[in-house]
Ligand binder design. Structure first.
Ligand SMILES: C[S@@+](CC[C@H](N)C(=O)[O-])C[C@H]1O[C@@H](n2cnc3c(N)ncnc32)[C@H](O)[C@@H]1O
Length: 255
């Protein structure tokens, strides 16, 4: 254990003691511990090394190369869980590990949960976490058509980093999370706009679509939501440093 702490500290891990404890709790023996410490020292996120992340009260299984759920995404989970009721269809689009859907279902156990992602590794990981209803494909193409017009809550934690900002991300993200999980195009909103453009067809009347964004993206995100014929709302949480753009499908459209 002492050797692990020294190695992690030398590699620049600020919380070397805590991380060594987590790694030691995962490793079956000293040989495995040394291997895990080696991976962590090379910069792999702790959660990918130990194979899990604790997120919003649930333990999420992770695989190398799958996006690590962020603490700030609790805001998405909170809004989704406050909106969804028993029997409601909830979709975790761009699900990565499935962390958001899993956490919403933890708070609202009777929802009808579906998840989808483009990346086959993420899909396999989400299947580890969400026993069923996990699909692979590009955004809505992945979903069963039977969900069209029936989704009460469409969670879409899309990639939203502007391409020119990718190089500013911590190496853990740049080197160990897929580019497709991070890069949202020139202003970071390419995938967001594609989700919003398709959302009205898939939402039930009164249903909502919600995505994490940056504060700087709020104006453009709200404009995209309104352009799609949805009501736009912005939510934020200072403690979590999180902003969420929300679109609601009107129950009756005014002419
Ligand atoms: C920021 S990560 C979020 C993952 C997960 N929702 C979370 O919060 O932990 C974005 C995810 O979107 C997926 N993705 C990117 N483009 C996609 C597309 N066109 N269709 C479906 N999924 C996509 C990536 O593979 C990645 O898993």
């Amino acid at each position: 254990m002492a050797e692990a702490i020294v190695r992690l500290r030398a590699a620049g891990c600020v919380f070397a003691e805590d991380e060594a404890t987590v790694l030691a709790g995962t490793a079956a023996d000293g040989t495995e511990l040394a291997a895990l410490v080696g991976r962590r020292a090379l910069g792999e996120p702790l959660e990918q090394v130990v194979g899990y992340a604790d997120f919003c009260g649930v333990r999420v299984r992770l695989r190398p190369g799958v996006f690590v759920p962020r603490v700030r995404s609790e805001l998405l989970v909170r809004v989704a869980a406050d909106t969804a009721g028993p029997g409601d269809v909830v979709v975790d689009l761009c699900c990565g590990s499935g962390a958001l859907g899993l956490a919403v279902r933890h708070r609202q156990p009777a929802i009808d949960l579906y998840a989808a992602d483009l990346d086959p590794v993420a899909v396999a990981c989400a299947r580890d976490n969400l026993d069923s209803h996990v699909y692979q494909g590009d955004l809505f193409d992945a979903l069963p058509t039977s969900l069209r017009g029936r989704i009460a809550v469409l969670l879409a934690n899309v990639p939203y980093v502007a391409t020119r900002h990718i190089s500013l991300l911590p190496a853990e993200a740049r080197d160990h999370e897929p580019h497709t999980a991070l890069d949202g195009g020139a202003d970071g909103l390419d995938v967001f706009r594609a989700v919003i453009a398709g959302a009205a067809d898939w939402l039930a009347p009164g249903g909502i679509v919600l995505s994490e964004i940056t504060e700087a993206q709020a104006g453009a995100a709200a404009a995209a939501i309104r352009a799609a014929g949805l009501d736009a709302e912005l939510r934020s949480d200072e403690d979590l440093e999180a902003s969420v753009a929300l679109g609601r499908k009107l129950v009756t459209r005014l002419r």
